[in-house]
Design a binder for this molecule. Structure first.
Ligand code: F6R
Length: 627
């Protein structure tokens, strides 16, 4: 989820690239860097941390330091491979110093490529997957020259096509070559890239906000395409070299809308990004032998085999992800799993020892309650595994192992894509534990992973039909209370739906286990009280689904207005629903990846209809660093 900018034209590239990066900083701020081609040299500057650090370093260098060259690339990083340090910041240079490369995405086969390159004597200067691409590009161009090709933009484009054909995973790559001034080349697979068409100058960027100050004419690239920009033109080909075209469009958003990708709020944008965030979190997690690969695991397989109990500790939305994980872990791994609010964990003196695995979940990696729980677990000698979205933050640093979610920065205070990617991470950990403990066979794990891999497409189709949910949201803006009910994994989804509504719309909202309602809370139901009911799939767990349907009838009989979230094809449920929202069919344990999403949209819409600041609700902060 990094931000990428490229410029070629007739003006000094540096300020254009830096301004573009400023607009893309929402995509990542672990480091920033630029490369400018100037007077026969490729000049780079890169710094860990926010763009301001890079700007300070550039200011100290003075303009002459980096030059006034009219060809440049810039990058703002969301760390995946390698910590957020100066040395891992992009651009990365090839071993011969000719080529500078920046990258967004994950090169899944980088370990194999790195070994291959090291065998030819290449020395790596970073821990990134990106650096492979720089060395490979230089090597491919060298080979082409040795075969008689002449230096020039066409050679740079052919080199990039050859590199792209060798990479697996998702990537946008941009490169410049010191011997080919006046050209920037890019390749795209499963990662965003747009071209800005200027007058005597052209642009490349992760999104249009980076260049709409300069041009509003843009081209969206297709899958598996390479684009070469020079001051005079834009040339697009497929990875096979065949001429191709992109989709031309005119941007009529203003700058602030452009930063939000045309959405009214970051939250809506982040909701829409969820299919990609899930796909990115799954990317690179399976080995060639079908085994699940976790990152930064400082625990041996034997340590994980010795685990006899799992605690999941987190706060807020992350806690709800943990609640879902409990069902998956107990079902797949067959060991006890408890979920605990981080703020309560250490005060009740939980029984922990070397054979306890504590999984801490945190989007920010800085939540003080979770950090204190982690420290307490470590003092008791438990093993700690973090699920985190912020590379290099405190919680992963202090844990024994980390699985990073690749959700990209979440700007809206209310968590959306972080939650879904946390679920994916929890599923992966559950499957990993089941596999190494021999409770599930590799083909059983692969079958679940296949289902997980299908969820981004299902989610895209679901997101494409949210209009009714939005209309319902506007209709519910005057409700005084909204209740949410669910069973099994639908229960944490109900809690999450209620939390979203409370924090965004400042309304009374409560989530309940559907079966618990009759033990008291059903008295809350009055004529017209909206009750959101999360119905399990009828496939496989028909009994559970039927019980929820009975609970829906109970609230209906007391006057509730039922908003039913059910699986496509569950026609019987229609008769109990005042509003029916259908979600794509998904295995029961994975269903929260679908059923949560309409609740996010609903909360966002109700909040907006009530005139609230959706992205920054009152009294809240994105990172809660006090206990
Ligand atoms: C709700 C929300 C919060 C966070 C909680 C934990 O939308 O965002 O409930 O989930 O504060 O934060 P992290 O995950 O950063 O530890």
């Amino acid at each position: 989820m990094c931000g990428i900018v490229g410029y070629v034209g007739n003006r000094p590239a540096l300020s254009i690239v830096i301004d573009g990066l400023r607009r893309l900083e929402y995509r990542g701020y672990d480091s920033a860097g630029v490369a400018i081609i100037d007077n026969g040299l490729v000049k780079t500057e890169k710094k860990a941390g926010k763009l301001a650090n890079l700007e300070k370093a550039l200011a100290e260098r003075g303009d002459d330091g980096i030059g006034a060259g009219a060809t440049g690339i810039g990058h703002t990083r969301w760390a995946t491979h390698g910590g957020p340090t100066d040395r891992n910041a992009h651009p990365h240079l090839s071993d011969d110093g000719r080529v500078a490369v920046i990258h967004n995405g994950i090169i899944e086969n980088f370990a194999r490529l790195r070994t291959e390159l090291e065998a030819t004597g290449v020395e790596f200067r970073s821990d990134t997957d990106t650096e492979c691409a720089a060395h490979l590009l230089a090597a491919e161009m060298r080979a082409l020259r040795e075969a008689g090709a002449e230096d020039g933009p066409a050679l740079l484009a052919e080199g990039m096509r050859r590199v792209a054909n060798r990479l697996e995973g998702a990537f946008t790559l941009l490169a410049v070559d010191v011997e080919v001034p006046g050209a920037v080349v890019a390749a795209r697979r499963n990662s965003p890239l747009v071209v800005g068409r200027g007058n005597g100058e052209n642009f490349l960027a992760s999104d249009v906000s980076a260049f709409i100050e300069h041009t509003r004419e843009a081209i969206e690239l297709g899958q598996d395409q390479v684009v070469l920009i020079t001051p005079a033109g834009i040339e697009i080909t497929g990875f096979d070299g065949a001429p191709a075209t992109g989709k031309e469009f005119h941007v009529d958003w203003d700058l602030s809308a452009a930063e939000k990708g045309g959405y009214e709020y970051f939250m809506l944008k982040e909701i829409a990004e969820q299919p990609q965030a899930i796909a990115d979190t799954l990317l690179g997690r399976l080995s060639e032998r079908g085994e699940i690969i976790l990152d930064e695991v400082r625990l041996t397989d034997q340590d994980l085999r010795d685990v006899d109990k799992v605690f999941i500790v987190a706060c807020g939305t992350s806690y709800h992800a943990g609640m879902v994980a409990k069902y998956a872990i107990e079902h797949w791994v067959r060991i006890p799993c408890e979920v605990e609010l981080a703020s309560e964990f250490r005060y009740r003196d939980p029984i922990l020892d070397r054979s306890t695995l504590v999984i801490v979940i945190s989007q920010s990696g800085e939540t003080m309650d979770t950090l204190m729980a982690l420290r307490h677990a470590k003092e008791q000698k438990a093993r700690v595994l973090a699920i985190c979205n912020s590379n290099g933050s405190t919680i992963p640093r202090e844990s024994d192992a980390v699985l990073y979610t690749h959700g990209g920065p979440e700007i809206a205070v209310a968590s959306t894509k972080a939650f879904l990617t946390q679920l994916v991470a929890c599923y992966l950990i559950g499957l990993h534990l089941a596999q190494i403990r021999g409770v599930m066979y590799a083909d059983e794990v692969a079958a679940v992973v296949e289902k997980l891999r299908a969820t981004p497409d299902s989610l895209r189709s679901l997101l494409g039909r949210m209009e009714d949910v939005r209309a319902l949201g506007r209709d519910l803006r005057t409700a005084s209370t909204v209740l949410f009910i669910g069973r099994h994994v639908g229960f944490p989804v109900a809690l999450e739906g209620a939390l979203k509504l409370k924090e965004l719309a400042y309304m009374h909202a409560e989530g309940f286990a559907a079966g618990e309602l009759k033990h008291g809370p059903i008295s809350l139901i009055d004529e017209g009280t909206p009750v959101v009911c999360v119905v399990p799939s009828p496939a496989g767990r028909g009994v559970m689904r039927d019980k929820v349907v009975s609970n829906i009838q109970e609230v209906r009989a007391r006057g509730a207005r039922t908003i039913v979230i059910a699986e496509e094809g569950d026609e019987d449920v229609r008769q109990f629903a005042d509003h029916l929202i259908t979600v794509p069919q998904t295995p029961t344990l994975l269903a929260p990846l679908m059923t949560t999403v309409p609740l996010q949209v609903l909360a966002c819409e109700i909040a907006a209809a009530r005139g609230h600041d959706v992205d920054q609700p009152r009294n809240l902060a994105k990172s809660v660093t006090v206990e």
